[in-house]
Design a protein around this ligand. Structure first.
Ligand code: 5GP
Ligand code: MN
Length: 343
């Protein structure tokens, strides 16, 4: 470990593992399994230590992430603005998990900027901006949850981990690796093996997360693959798009389109996939790639976004049709890179 890293860990230890404090944990907007799993896992460990902890996501998250045994309070900012703000500004420490820039906190961006006590970032996305006092950022980690486990150990709180926190951290790793399909390392499986010591039930967790869909969601997926997917074999790319009307037709609930963007990557020879979803006033973009094709660079250059090499997101201010046109017109520019991509 470099000197500065040791200094950061020492400061984080002082902030989290010495005196009892009020701590707020903020995951990114539209929280996914890693954002919620890291927040609940870390929150539970800190609560077990004796801190007063709450998690404040900016907006609600899907039902398939609402079964945890964790008892850390979760206050959704968009639903209880006043209470959330009050609790946040009463906190001694604010911990941001699973995002690399304030912008990813959505409507909480300004609040995070205004918060003037200790701010800590724990994240695994590349290119973190310098918006916290202490930044624990490790891009080699599969997930923030994997990093939280190691950090909790480094700051001397390993004896506070139990089944509730282990279950949440397991879920973060499980979801961010797509069920151990990508981004795993020796360390990932070492951490998983350690988490398994805490009497958790991986079969139950997998079932809660991956086998918990409504029939409407399955029909929406079928509709997408049948009628809304365009494949461009000459560019090794594919795109899926959905309008608001189509989402309503299939009784869309948050989380229903989770994972749709991955499907085209199981087509032989496809290495780049995009999903565009119409929202009120903008289009949400998701990108996935294989091998060395940089989904995050593509997204940050053309869709005001970012993320990881193989999983990125962004948005478009054009309408849905024009967004798809923009995407297809960009493919020739990347043809060489796409054809050269190795896995
Ligand atoms: P998803 O496609 O699942 O929404 O996001 C994939 C990855 O890209 C996640 O790691 C997420 O944090 C990141 N990401 C998603 N949307 C955005 C965005 O609008 N801006 C940036 N910078 N990253 C995003
Ligand atoms: Mn993550």
């Amino acid at each position: 470990m470099k000197n500065t890293e040791i200094e950061i860990i020492t400061s984080v230890k002082q902030a989290l593992a010495e005196s009892k404090k009020k701590i707020t944990i903020v995951p990114h907007e539209n929280p996914d399994g890693d954002a919620i799993g890291s927040a609940l896992g870390l929150g539970q460990v800190l609560q077990n230590f004796g801190h007063q902890v709450q998690i404040i996501p900016v907006n609600d998250y899907p039902d398939f992430l609402k079964w945890f045994s964790s008892d850390v309070p979760v206050i959704i900012f968009e639903k209880q603005r006043k209470l959330a703000k009050k609790l946040l500004f009463e906190s001694d420490v604010l911990i941001c998990v699973d995002f690399n820039t304030e912008k990813r906190a959505g409507h909480l961006e300004k609040v995070i900027k205004r918060f003037d006590r200790t701010k800590i970032l724990i994240d695994h996305h590349p290119f973190p901006t310098d918006f916290c006092d202490f930044t624990v950022s490790e891009t080699t980690y599969s997930s923030t949850a994997e990093l939280v486990f190691d950090l909790v150990n480094s700051i001397g709180l390993s004896d506070r981990i139990e089944s509730k926190s282990a279950e949440a951290l397991f879920t973060g790793i499980l979801t961010d690796t797509g069920g151990f399909n990508h981004n795993t390392s020796n360390n990932t499986f070492r951490v998983i093996s350690n988490l398994m010591e805490f009497d958790i039930n991986p079969d139950k967790i997998r079932s809660e997360v991956f086998h918990n869909f409504s029939a409407d969601r399955m029909k929406l997926l079928g509709f997408c693959l049948n009628e809304k997917m365009k494949v461009f074999p000459e560019f090794r790319a594919a795109v899926i798009s959905l309008t608001i009307e189509e989402l309503e037709r299939f009784k869309f609930k948050p989380g229903d389109t989770e994972g749709f963007v991955n499907y085209p990557l199981s087509i032989n020879n496809i290495v780049f996939s995009a999903l565009f979803i119409e929202k009120e006033g903008f289009v949400k973009a998701s990108f996935r790639s294989k091998g060395n094709f940089p989904a995050n660079e593509f997204s940050s250059k053309y869709f005001s976004g970012g993320g990881h090499l193989n999983a990125a997101g962004g948005e478009s201010e054009l309408d849905l049709e024009k967004t798809i046109l923009k995407f297809t017109q960009l493919l020739p520019e990347f043809k060489h890179q796409l054809l050269e991509t190795t896995i």
